[in-house]
Design a protein around this ligand. Structure first.
Ligand SMILES: Nc1nc2c(ncn2[C@@H]2O[C@H](COP(=O)(O)OP(=O)(O)O)[C@@H](O)[C@H]2O)c(=O)[nH]1
Ligand SMILES: [Mg+2]
Ligand SMILES: [Zn+2]
Length: 295
């Protein structure tokens, strides 16, 4: 038996990569009946049935660290959240929501401010400041003129990454540059084409420099109702140094008296933009919870 990584899935054929080879594998019959299919990113145990044709059977899938349904990828280490300052204007709430989506799936978010050629230094500095205490790694890139790509690449080495964010922010352009291919369609309508491709459950991990990037447009939405309000609170790491100093043990840092987090915002120690977004997302999640509970 061999061990390998599923790097491509296409109509029930899986390309499994080992240290020095690739095999086209079918899943073992029994495990298909169990309704459990391999996904790109899965680490599998397989048997080589024909070493000259490089074919085999997948026997089992190692336990997954996480998985996304759309795009269908397992064991994601990093999601690169791509946005541009003003072309399109960045959706601030979406960026925070995607960061939360990462944390709740045990994925490391990397923020990528792309199209830096179209923004002023001041605008970029402002965004860097907003996330300076978020614990997120953040890079600035200009995919069109190949600036900052080395910084981004160094954060993705040895990892399985997915790109996410607003349409038009430059995800496909970045993936093409990093992998030195033109595999992703760029420009208007391209996301729709790539989504169409994914509905047939096509997915491929593109290898580069010891890491992999999924060739999908990634996700561009996240429903805060999927998280509990208290979970959201704990994922705003900006608040960590202050939480214990709040007057109330169960302080939600929304409008309570003697809230150390709110005091820190007033003193400029926590970026007010982050706190404002926290309040909005916390309340969205609370409303969703009320609806679920029926009151
Ligand atoms: N000026 C500039 N244009 C870019 C940059 N990155 C991507 N673009 C352009 O922005 C448009 C949308 O890019 P695309 O990669 O398709 O975005 P996606 O929808 O996020 O995949 C394309 O016309 C790209 O050529 C950049 O860093 N600077
Ligand atoms: Mg795209
Ligand atoms: Zn508080």
């Amino acid at each position: 038996m061999e061990k390998g990584l599923v790097i491509k899935s296409l109509s029930n054929r899986y390309t499994v990569r080992t240290d020095n080879d690739e095999y086209i594998c079918k899943p073992r019959g029994l495990f298909r009946k169990e309704g459990f299919k391999p996904l790109c990113g899965d680490r599998v145990i397989f048997e080589i049935t024909d070493s000259s044709c490089k074919e085999g059977y997948i026997y089992s899938i190692e336990e997954r660290k996480n998985l996304l349904i759309r795009p269908p990828v397992a064991n994601i280490d990093t999601v690169v959240i791509v946005f541009s300052v003003n072309s399109p204007v960045w959706d601030e709430l979406l960026v925070d929501l995607l960061v939360l989506a990462c944390y709740s799936n045990d994925i490391e978010p990397v923020l990528c401010i792309n199209k830096s050629d179209l923004a002023s230094k001041e605008e970029i500095r402002n965004i860097l400041y907003q996330y300076s205490k978020s614990g997120c790694r953040i890079v600035t890139t200009d995919a069109k003129h190949n600036n900052g790509l080395g910084d981004l690449k160094s954060l993705l080495t040895g990892k399985i990454s997915v790109f996410a964010g607003q349409s038009g922010a430059g995800k496909s352009t970045l993936i093409n540059s990093l992998t030195n291919t033109r595999i992703m369609q760029t420009g208007t309508l391209s996301d729709r084409i790539e989504r169409g491709k994914n509905t047939t459950r096509h997915c491929e991990l593109l290898s580069f420099d010891g890491g992999y990037i999924a060739d999908t447009p990634g996700f561009s939405k996240f429903d805060p109702g999927l998280l509990q309000p208290d979970a959201i609170m704990s994922m705003y790491t900006d608040f960590n140094p202050y939480r214990k100093m709040c007057r109330f043990n169960d302080c939600k840092h929304i409008n309570e008296k003697n809230c150390a987090v709110i005091n820190a915002v007033e003193k400029g120690e926590i970026p007010i933009e982050r706190h404002n977004r926290y309040k909005i997302i916390y309340n969205m999640s609370k409303e969703a919870l009320k609806i679920r509970r029926g009151y």
